[in-house]
Design a protein around this ligand. Structure first.
Ligand SMILES: NC(=O)c1ccc[n+]([C@@H]2O[C@H](COP(=O)([O-])OP(=O)(O)OC[C@H]3O[C@@H](n4cnc5c(N)ncnc54)[C@H](OP(=O)(O)O)[C@@H]3O)[C@@H](O)[C@H]2O)c1
Length: 258
């Protein structure tokens, strides 16, 4: 296949390299051009404009966040304006459900395919083609881009036909991981110092900091930590976080109330 790879950060560089190593024709684009050099050494073409990386059957974006994806897709000469009809945008960045929904609708209207395919796995897994891909989109569209998933991951989970469902699964997975880290952290702190001896500031700060960091990342599920943390906390340490119910939500999207 002829595949465009946009975003050559810690994750995207490994993914693009593995797509190339799997024998596909690859055109890469990165905002900071120097990061494309290792890909050129593998035989990828280096595009100087996003539009040039979109003259392909499928383009995969692996960018920092919603803002970066919006800029690359909706900007002048961006993915939406440049991808040929019938070609597919694979969005692998960890983005909000709302943006994925918007991307699906806009690509559909432009006659382009759209698959949301966020991934689980760290940059070392991306480099080793060991990612877990969570994919959602029309079955025929996913069928078209399966060779891309085979090149970057050890397993692909197709979760739904509506693309944004994959982003919900990814964000929920991140929430689960963060919850486990939070719980283990509190357990170790409590074990080391004795729960009753911890000053209230510490007891409250640990959870509120993590909940806030998490809500900033997830957006779509940002109500969850605020609602569920207090009940979990009751059986564990102080009740201070219960007051967190009335804290303003620091999530990135206006969907915070949900
Ligand atoms: N790191 C992980 O462990 C991990 C695991 C799973 C999923 N993810 C997700 O994968 C995505 C990429 O993560 P990463 O670790 O590869 O991040 P990263 O190393 O920071 O790379 C971010 C990429 O986005 C590009 N970018 C940022 N803002 C941009 C803009 N406004 N316009 C154009 N390009 C822009 C960067 O370009 P420049 O090089 O020019 O800065 C870079 O290519 C994120 O959504 C992340 O949540 C990460």
């Amino acid at each position: 296949m002829k595949i465009g790879c946009i975003g050559l950060g810690r994750m995207g560089s490994g993914m693009a390299a593995n797509i190339r190593k799997a024998g596909h024709e690859v055109i890469v684009f990165n905002r900071t051009p120097a990061k494309a050099a290792p890909l050129a050494a593998l035989g990828a073409k280096v595009a100087t404009r996003i539009a040039d990386a979109c003259q392909v059957e499928a383009v995969i974006t692996m960018l920092a966040n919603d803002e970066a994806v919006r800029e690359v897709v909706y900007g002048d000469g961006g993915v939406l304006a440049s991808l040929p009809k019938g070609a597919v945008h694979i969005s692998s960045s960890t983005i909000s459900v709302a943006l994925a929904e918007q991307l699906a609708a806009d690509h559909d209207q432009a006659g382009q395919g759209f698959v949301a395919a966020p991934v689980f796995g760290r940059p070392d897994a991306a480099a080793a083609a060991k990612l877990f891909v969570v994919a959602a989109g029309r079955p025929e569209t996913i069928g078209t881009v399966n060779p891309v998933f085979a090149a970057i991951g050890q397993r692909t989970f197709v979760v739904a036909e509506r693309p944004e469902a994959a982003n919900l699964v990814k964000l929920s997975g991140n929430f689960l991981i963060a919850s486990v880290i939070e719980t283990l952290g509190e357990a170790m702190l409590s074990r080391a110092h004795g729960d009753e001896k911890l000053p209230p500031q510490v007891k409250n700060t640990v959870t509120v900091c993590n909940a806030n960091r998490l809500t900033r990342r997830t957006g779509a599920v940002c109500a969850a930590p605020i609602v569920c943390w207090p009940s979990k906390r009751k059986s564990f340490t102080a009740s201070g976080v219960a007051r967190g119910r009335s804290w303003p939500c620091p999530g990135p999207s206006s969907g915070c109330s949900g």
